[in-house]
Design a protein around this ligand. Structure first.
Ligand code: FES
Length: 306
């Protein structure tokens, strides 16, 4: 039997031509099935590789298969099963003629007749898009863990029991270990590497010290404790002017009045340094009886001036 250049039998897809399915239609349909299937497999591979720890090259190949499969499937579908004729309509003709309507209907129905597995192809196409969408959700995990309460609490607040203050080597600190002329940096016992819990211990002039209301018993003798992290952007506050009882942050010169709840008296910091409630345990070591009075370090979206 003779065929035209596309392998289509003469008279195929013509008006009144009846069933016009050809070998070319079979091939195209199989190609669409294969393309969408490859796309689904690519999307699944992408998801699996990502969950297994990720591998950039493999993920790239899988993404190319997923996107390329969808693209190829749609292109072949449009090329072989949709009317491709260019239709030119004169400006003055506002309505199709009877012949044009008949010809269009015949061409449309011919395409519909040759597409034997329309439902399957449509489902596969939707499946490929759905699988790709699902795979695209996995990178959300790369945003990292939820911060939870980690931005607001430190280890001092864990467990609800007093924690000893220790030095960088984990050695507990007694009030007698401190001197008026120097700063001591401390951490909660067992958390010597928690940067957000680093604490300044300092001796103040008890005569001039004015504890904030409700914090009268947060000091031990003349020892008071504040967070070491500047409330501007979190630099360690490391300079203590003992004669003025001022703490200075070296980054942008914020200055805090240790005699008055570490209120900022100069510089860009807007909040006082959070204070830590102190006590001594039965063995005479300094302990914190709770967490800092406010979240430590610089501000974030829901932090007020506390
Ligand atoms: S971080 Fe301390 S003043 Fe800016």
């Amino acid at each position: 039997m003779s065929t035209d250049g596309d392998g289509r039998r003469p008279g195929a897809n013509g008006p009144g031509g009846g069933e016009r399915r050809t070998r070319r239609d079979d091939r195209a349909e199989r190609l669409v099935v294969a393309a969408f299937t490859v796309s689904i497999v690519g999307a699944l591979i992408l998801a699996v590789v990502y969950i297994a720890g990720g591998q950039a090259q493999l993920e790239g190949v899988a993404l190319a298969l997923a996107l390329g499969g969808i693209g190829l499937g749609i292109a072949v579908w449009a090329r072989y099963f949709m009317a491709a004729d260019e239709v030119v309509e004169e400006r003055h003709a506002l309505a199709s003629t009877e012949e044009e309507v008949t010809a269009f209907t015949a061409a449309f129905e011919a395409g519909e007749q040759t597409l034997a597995r329309r439902g399957l192809l449509a489902k596969l196409g939707l499946g490929a898009l759905g699988a790709l969408g699902l795979a695209a959700l996995f990178p959300i995990r790369s945003l990292g863990p939820r911060p939870g309460q980690g931005l607001k609490n430190t280890a001092y607040g864990d467990g609800g029991r007093p924690l000893r203050l220790v030095d960088a080597d984990g050695v507990p600190i007694r009030p007698a270990d401190l001197s008026r002329s120097s700063l001591t940096t401390a951490w909660p016992e067992g958390h010597e590497h928690d940067a957000d819990a680093s604490t300044l211990l300092l001796q103040v002039d008890r005569e001039r010290f004015r504890p904030l209301p409700g914090r009268e018993d947060w000091v031990v003798g003349d020892i008071v404790a504040y967070s070491k992290l500047c409330t501007h952007t979190g630099c360690p506050v490391g300079l203590y002017q003992t004669e003025l009882d001022l703490l200075l942050c070296p980054c942008h010169q914020s200055t805090f009045d240790v005699l008055n709840g570490a209120e900022p008296v100069f510089g860009p910091a807007a909040r006082p340094l959070p204070q830590l409630p102190l006590d001594v345990d039965e063995e005479g070591f300094l302990v914190a009886t709770g967490d800092f009075s406010a979240p430590v370090a610089g501000g974030f979206w829901d932090r007020g001036r506390t």
